[in-house]
Each structure stands twice: as structure tokens, then as C-alpha cells.
Design a protein around this ligand. Sequence first.
Ligand code: AMP
Length: 116
Amino acid sequence: MSEKSVFTRILEGEIPSEILYQDEHCFVIRDIAPKAPTHLLLIPKKPIPKLSDATEEDRELLGHLLFTAKKVAQAAGIGDAFRLVINNGAGAGQTVFHLHLHILGNVQMSEGSLAL
Ligand code: AMP
């Protein structure tokens, strides 16, 4: 079996981090190195390494993540202006190989600024 991701270790309490929200399928923490005034990570409890590894059986989970992202953004007070980012693969800047959505708020929405 492959090694546990840092996010699974946080979920299991091995690495300290405040879990801001959780339900049966996912949880939310603050990014340790925020790239925007509000920078949250929404993480499925199922350790799918990256979005392109998701299968048909993950379809409902992926929908749940998107819907939860909007609820979390609203609860965090950024419901009217936020950006969701998923880095898929090392070539796209992914560094933690456990699927996660970056929820960024109060970010400069300048044209073309996709880089995190
Ligand atoms: P990515 O580059 O899309 O894989 O994003 C991984 C993110 O996880 C980065 O923004 C890191 O700052 C963040 N990160 C890594 N370790 C931790 C941690 N222990 N707690 C919170 N965020 C973390």
C-alpha cells in the first residue's frame, strides 16, 4: 500500500491542523502557505491521488465536493467572489497527491493570473 498523504495524516490526527468543516465525505483545512487572504483546502476523505485518477464510482463524490465548496465559501464570507483551483499532476503544480480543491477568496482576479 502506498504511503498516507499529508492530508490523510491530518484527518487521522497525526499532523496537527484545525479541521474547519467535515462531513461523511470530505473535510476543510486552511492552507499552511496561503496564496490569498482566504485560502482553504477542501479534501475528500477518500485518498484519490489526483482528479484524473477519479473513476465513474467517484462521480457523486466529485459533485459533492463542488457543492460543498460553494457552501464553505459562503460560510467563510467569500461566497460572492471566490476561485476554485485543482492542480492535476506534477506538471500542473500539484505537490500533494491526494485530490484537493483550493478555495481562494479576496484574491486579485486579474486576467490570466491562474498561477497559485
Ligand atoms: P497542490 O500544490 O495543489 O498539490 O497544493 C498542495 C497545498 O497543500 C499547498 O498549497 C500547500 O501549501 C498545502 N499544504 C501542504 N502541507 C500542508 C499542511 N500540513 N497543512 C495545510 N496545508 C498544507
